[in-house]
Design a protein around this ligand. Structure first.
Ligand SMILES: [Zn+2]
Length: 235
């Protein structure tokens, strides 16, 4: 325990998806003592939160906070309003434009919450599972955005202004393909059977197998010659 306490604290945004589980493992591997933050913001609340809880329990997190910021009050996305989630799209179509599953300013909102908790904890390191390979169009997944947020964090906080430390945003998956992410996670001992990626799960929590998130994930496991350990509807 004393060794655990000696580790630098870091706040890790944990959605319960494949990427965020891998990022949590990266934070542990980098020697941080992670505090996991999960934000319930839309339609998939329950299924995602259960996955986040399972992942947090399976890894050595110091504390897990579940925060509700219901972005359905704003709507504007297939993940926060009654808009159909696109199905069976080819990867070329996914890359063409910013998809309807984009949630307005989500990463800014989430990183702001992570920053607020970090400053409270005396932590200066934020970990986030953004990736600019699969959806090149997401504006808040770009390295410029992450650098700008880092600058903002150092300007916006007492800890930053007083110079007790410098905030850093870690996005270790930024330029990795989904296969590389899975391979890296498996090397770090991530159990992907605990995660959830689907945008449109069944009421029982089974993944649909047809939304962009399911298709990217299934294709990556297939290319690695592995079966995806999560349960899909109709299989
Ligand atoms: Zn799905």
């Amino acid at each position: 325990m004393s060794e655990e306490r000696g580790k630098s604290p870091a706040v890790v945004l944990l959605s319960g998806g494949l990427d965020s589980a891998t990022v949590l493992a990266e934070a542990l591997a980098a020697g941080f003592g992670p505090f996991a933050l999960s934000i319930a913001y839309g339609q998939r609340h329950a299924v995602e939160m259960e996955a986040a809880r399972r992942v947090a329990r399976s890894m050595n997190v110091r504390r897990h906070i579940e925060l509700t910021i219901d972005l359905r009050a704003f709507g504007g996305s297939a993940l926060t309003a009654d808009v159909e989630v696109p199905k069976d799209r080819e990867s070329a179509a996914m890359a063409e434009e910013i998809p309807i599953t984009y949630v307005p300013a989500r990463n800014t909102v989430f990183l702001s919450m992570a920053l607020a908790w970090a400053e409270t904890l005396g932590a200066f390191d934020l970990f986030v599972g953004v990736n600019c390979v699969d959806y090149s169009g997401y504006p808040d997944c770009r390295p410029e955005f992450l650098r700008a947020f880092e600058d903002l964090a150092n300007l916006a906080t007492k800890a930053g202004v007083e110079g007790t430390g410098r905030f850093r945003v870690h996005a270790p998956l930024l330029t990795m393909t989904k296969e590389q992410i899975i391979q890296r996670g498996l090397d770090l001992g991530v159990d992907y059977g605990l995660t959830h990626s689907c945008y449109d799960p069944t009421p029982e929590g089974l993944s649909c197998g047809h939304c962009d998130a399911c298709r990217l994930r299934l294709a990556a496991f297939e290319r690695l010659g592995m079966a995806d350990p999560v349960a899909y509807a109709g299989s």
